[in-house]
Every structure is written in C-alpha cells, then in structure tokens.
Design a protein around this ligand. Structure first.
Ligand code: SF4
Length: 167
C-alpha cells in the first residue's frame, strides 16, 4: 500500500491545516460525508461563479479554469472563507507547479465569494522551495505507521474528522 501513496494537492491543503489530516486522507479514511462543512463546500463549488465554471483535470490535479489571458491560463479555487488562506494558496501553488512541469504557463486566483475577495497567486522560486519542503514532510507523515497524535485546536470544531479524532 505504501508504494501507492503520493503527494496530491489535497494533501498539500491538509498539511497546512493539520498534519494528522494528511495521514487520514492519504490512508483513505474518508471524513463524515454528512458533515455540514463538506456539504456547504460542495454547494459553493457547484454554484459560485457558475456562468464561467470549467473544470480541468491534468494528471491527478483537478482545478477550476477561470479564463485565458493570452498564453497564460488563470486557474483557481472557490473557497467559502479566507480562514484557510495559507492552505488554499499552497494547494494552488502545487497545481501551478504541476502545470509548469507540463509546459503550461498559469497563474492562480483564490476566490472567496462570501467576502467578495480575490487573491492572486504566482509561482516563484521561494514558493517552489516551500512546496519542496512541504512535499518531503508530507511523505514523511504518510509513511508513518500511525497517524500523528490528535491535537485539539479551534479548527477541530469545524473539521469533518472530529468524530474520528474526538468521539
Ligand atoms: S479533528 Fe482536529 S486533530 Fe482531528 S483531523 Fe481534524 S483538525 Fe486534525
């Protein structure tokens, strides 16, 4: 099983939220599908910016294509709040780097419709170094025999894994 594990954009997202989530996701322990936060996230993903919504899947990365600007693609994610902005930014940078490796020039946007906010995201040498560091650390975590110990933080209250961690 371990040989099939690989870093994905989702894992990058979880890495910046909670290290334990990285392990749970990598080992395919799905969160509660009825969780309100997941439901709302799905609703937003389906309905926000519906008129221009296009989804692109390249390799194992799936993301929204917002528009083309000359040779440049603008890809992004719709988020329900800026609470996890660092995670969202790093996940998007991961996608931008995937595209760069395929020879596709792209920049990113994180759209937060409820806050009427758009955050531009660009890949640069510093962010690539940070991604390298995060990927090494994610691999270290997912090859652990057991998930890192749960540590209670304010984020646990709205986490879809809270039943698993704290029941
Ligand atoms: S409930 Fe808390 S410790 Fe458990 S996965 Fe979620 S954020 Fe991490």
């Amino acid at each position: 099983m371990a040989s099939e594990l690989r870093v994905t954009g989702t894992m990058v997202w979880y890495y910046y939220v909670c290290k334990r989530q990285v392990w749970l996701v990598a080992h395919q322990l799905d969160p509660d599908p009825e969780d309100d936060n997941l439901e709302y996230g799905r609703f937003l993903h389906q309905h926000a910016y519906k008129r221009e919504k296009k989804e692109i899947s390249i390799g194992h990365a799936v993301f929204d294509l917002f528009r083309e600007e000359g040779e440049n693609l603008v890809i992004g994610e719709v988020k329900k709040s800026s609470k996890h902005l660092t995670s969202a930014r790093m996940q998007l940078l991961y996608y931008l780097r995937e595209l760069k490796r395929m020879g596709v020039q792209a920049t990113g946007e994180i759209r937060i419709p409820e806050e009427k906010r758009v955050v531009r995201v660009m890949l640069d040498p510093e962010s690539e170094r940070e991604l390298d560091r995060a990927e090494r650390e994610i691999l270290r975590i997912i090859y652990l025999d057991k998930p890192p110990k749960a540590e209670k933080t304010p984020l646990c209250r709205s986490c879809a894994y809270r039943e698993l961690c704290w029941a």
